[in-house]
Design a protein around this ligand. Structure first.
Ligand SMILES: Nc1nc2c(c(=O)[nH]1)N[C@H]1C(S)=C(S)[C@@H](COP(=O)(O)OP(=O)(O)OC[C@H]3O[C@@H](n4cnc5c(N)ncnc54)[C@H](O)[C@@H]3O)O[C@H]1N2
Ligand code: MOO
Length: 426
């Protein structure tokens, strides 16, 4: 029985690495504003100093700071106005001691000046003279070249996921088009004679297809291009044809159901029939999610001393998720999603976690790594607490209450109530 011989998650990752290790990035250019949520295909360097010129951050007069030292409301200094700077134009005025030059916010400071005095603190006596009532410290109210970032500085690394907050910086370095990694294409197949479309009313024995929509939503959240979702009945030939068709249009095929040891569980057989190396893992030491199948199909088998090595994504991943919805979603997040981030998106940034005190003892899962759903709340001292959600993996309603999950290693004794845990957020 294959299911008795399960791999740990680390073993699965090691096996996948041997097939996908040299997968190279395929880059496409997208307009800047459409790049939010995409993963960078190249490191991004600044092409200019920012700012490129000494710039005022206020409306006021450029001065030599030491001309203003010691001035006050009752004892101003009188400075000669040597000119006005025009916005968007280079300033060729050279400021001499005893002079001031009007500079609007964002304008270029004249040579010889080292500070700005805001208009609130001056009085215009005539066209040529101002009185300054407040001392200015050197470098105050100005930005020097490179204060924000310097030319040739690395701003973002390949694999970084672009967020809305990054768009301004990409705009500042002229990225009207951004090199991003191509989205892998995924097909999702739900198997089972009992599975019906969600628009239908289930008759006794039937169940609406939860997994396709749920897995598609998690995949799209990660940036995957979900090409198709379909329900396939428990027929070897129909399922084999469906997987074969899906492989033509997709880089990854995710099936749900049909992964455990039951009589109709033919997913593994079908993967093996479709190419080499076929099923590499049948059963993972995780809870939930034990009856998971991982298959790899080489498109161009390159027999070498190391065996089949998939270069440039010539290997395709076929995953048989457990049918139980909660198990399907957790396995997708823990195994498939992290594979996609690593091999297709070169994404190395760790997910943001929240440290919280767990409210109950959690048992470790007898040789299996346990993924415990939790909901996060604040206690009276405003510290995060994680409340375990006790839900059967065949259910779905409790998932909406979960903020994330806690990982309990298989060799641990479990977690005691009140101990600190890391919650990986959904
Ligand atoms: N003898 C054993 N039986 C089972 C084992 C085992 O180790 N030995 N593992 C159990 C666990 S754990 C799980 S999880 C399930 C996995 O079963 P399959 O992956 O073969 O899935 P099915 O049998 O097709 O379905 C299981 C369950 O989930 C429902 N389901 C399936 N697909 C969907 C869907 N798209 N949307 C909603 N619900 C779905 C299905 O109707 C079943 O109720 O096996 C245990 N058995
Ligand atoms: O471990 Mo199963 O994958 O749902 O309970």
């Amino acid at each position: 029985m294959k299911l008795l011989n399960v791999d740990t998650i680390e073993e699965v990752q090691k096996k996948l690495k041997s097939y996908f290790q040299t997968a190279s990035a395929q880059i496409e250019m997208v307009p800047l504003r459409q790049s939010v949520g995409r993963y960078l295909g190249e490191d991004i360097f600044s092409d200019v100093d920012m700012p490129q010129f000494r710039r005022s951050v206020v409306d006021g007069y450029a001065v030599l700071a030491k001309d203003t030292f010691g001035v006050s409301d009752s004892m101003p200094v009188f400075l000669e106005v040597a000119g006005t700077v025009d916005m968007g134009k280079a300033c060729d005025i050279v400021l001499e001691p005893g002079q001031a030059v009007y500079v609007p916010t964002g304008g270029m400071l004249p040579q010889g000046s080292d500070s700005m005095v805001m208009i609130e603190y001056i009085e215009k006596l005539d066209e040529k003279t101002i009185a300054v009532y407040k001392p200015a410290a050197p470098n105050s109210k100005i930005m020097n070249p490179g204060d924000d970032f310097r030319k040739n500085e690395i701003l973002f690394s390949k694999g970084h996921r672009i967020a809305a907050k990054d768009i301004g910086l990409l705009a500042a370095v002229g990225k009207a088009e951004v090199p991003v990694l191509r989205k892998p294409k995924m097909s999702i197949l739900s198997t089972g004679d009992e599975i019906i479309e969600i628009s239908e009313i289930p008759k006794p024995g039937e169940i609406r297809d939860i997994n396709s929509s749920a897995v598609a939503a998690f995949a799209e959240k990660t940036g995957v291009d979900v090409r198709s979702v379909a329900i396939v009945e428990d027929s070897y030939e129909k399922l084999r044809i469906a997987v074969e068709e899906a492989l033509k249009e997709s880089d990854l095929v995710v099936l749900s159901g049909g992964s455990s040891a039951g009589a109709k569980d033919m997913t593994a057989e079908i993967i093996d029939s479709l190419g080499e190396p076929g099923v590499i893992t049948h059963g993972i030491a995780m809870k939930p999610g034990k009856p998971t199948i991982i298959g790899v199909l080489a498109q161009k088998a390159q027999d070498s001393a190391e065996g089949i090595n998939c270069q440039n994504h010539c290997c395709k991943l076929v995953v048989g998720l457990p049918g139980h919805p909660m198990a399907a979603i957790i396995v997708y997040e823990v195994v498939v999603s992290s594979f996609i981030k690593q091999y297709y998106f070169h994404h190395k940034e760790e997910p943001i976690t929240v440290t919280a005190a767990i409210t109950e003892n959690i048992h470790a899962g007898e040789g299996r790594e346990t993924y415990q759903l939790v909901s996060l709340k604040r206690d009276d001292a405003l510290q995060w607490i994680a409340e375990p959600i006790h839900a059967k993996s065949g259910s779905i309603s409790q998932l909406m209450l979960a903020d994330g999950f806690v990982r309990i290693p298989s060799l641990s004794e479990g977690i005691d109530a009140k101990s600190r845990v890391e919650v990986v957020l959904f």
